[in-house]
Design a protein around this ligand. Structure first.
Ligand code: ADP
Ligand code: MG
Length: 253
């Protein structure tokens, strides 16, 4: 069943079409990778559908509701959650506070109740569960500014999990994460609810092939492939797109 429906999205920056009539549908339970050369428009697409950038044309539907002009925060409330390619965490706050705040936000109790989360046993328990899943328990009370970048990326996933989205958009979750910690990200993704729709932007093709049941390729603002992982590396247009931008085919298996 379709939970996320992007129709004919267009966006240009100074005459350069970065989203050129992009349409895509995510169904419940999708595990889809969005790949494409640098500058293809992947992050812009996530910005457009989450309300950070405004499309020139097109529409976005979440669970059948037109959210094309909804504010970023109301999209989150309705279940559309993203992570950023570069983390946007609060440096003075701890992982525990981040996750607890996410849970309270989901419950509609953020702000007013935040100072009291330690007295809410169900919030404390869920926070501990999520931090444990990402192997962040030992850092629960350490300010973000004092924890390694790779672990900040894990915290971003923890935060997304706390919001219990219907659609989760991950922009390069493994970027900057030591290869020894990528398994933690994969484990966390494996724990996500089966009916959640996940779209993950990722360059590490081994990770893509382990995660995705479907791969979408974006090049110069256009979707040039939408199919199975086993087909993608054989596709002539995909190979050409990567060859054109990198001069070799290192980045696509
Ligand atoms: N706010 C912006 N203003 C102008 N150009 C932008 C802006 N955001 C992105 N771009 C341009 O859009 C293109 C696509 O960028 P991006 O979506 O970040 O690509 P990707 O994530 O696929 O690497 C690039 O040429 C980039 O320079
Ligand atoms: Mg990007």
């Amino acid at each position: 069943m379709s939970v996320f429906d992007v129709r004919n999205l267009r966006k240009s920056f100074g005459g350069l079409a970065v989203a050129d009539d992009v349409s895509l549908v995510l169904n419940k339970g999708d595990r889809t990778a969005l790949i494409g050369p640098n500058g293809a428009g992947k992050t812009t697409l996530v910005n457009l559908v989450t309300g950070l950038d405004r499309p020139d044309a097109g529409s976005v539907f979440l669970d059948g509701h037109d959210i094309t002009t909804a504010s970023p925060s109301s999209r989150v409330k309705h279940g559309l959650v993203r992570s950023f390619q570069v983390t946007r965490l609060f440096s003075e706050m701890t992982p525990e506070e981040h996750v607890a705040l996410g849970i309270l936000q989901r419950m509609g109790k953020a702000g007013r109740m935040f100072a009291d989360y330690r007295r809410m046993p169900e919030v404390v328990a869920e926070t501990a569960d999520i931090l444990g899943l990402l192997n962040l328990t030992h850092l629960a009370l350490v300010p973000v500014s004092a924890i390694a970048y790779g672990q900040q990326r894990l915290l971003e996933i923890a935060l997304a999990m706390a919001l219990r989205p219907k659609v989760l958009l991950l922009d390069e979750p493994a970027a900057g994460v030591p290869s020894s910690d990528i398994a933690l990200i994969e484990n966390a993704l494996a724990q996500l609810p089966p009916d959640l729709a996940v779209l993950m932007i990722e360059h590490d093709m081994d990770f893509v092939f382990r995660f995705a049941r479907r791969v979408i390729v974006l090049a110069a603002g256009t979707i040039i492939f939408d199919g199975t992982p086993s087909e993608v590396s054989k596709d002539a247009r995909v190979r050409e797109a990567y060859l054109g931008s990198y001069g070799d085919d290192r980045s696509i298996a």
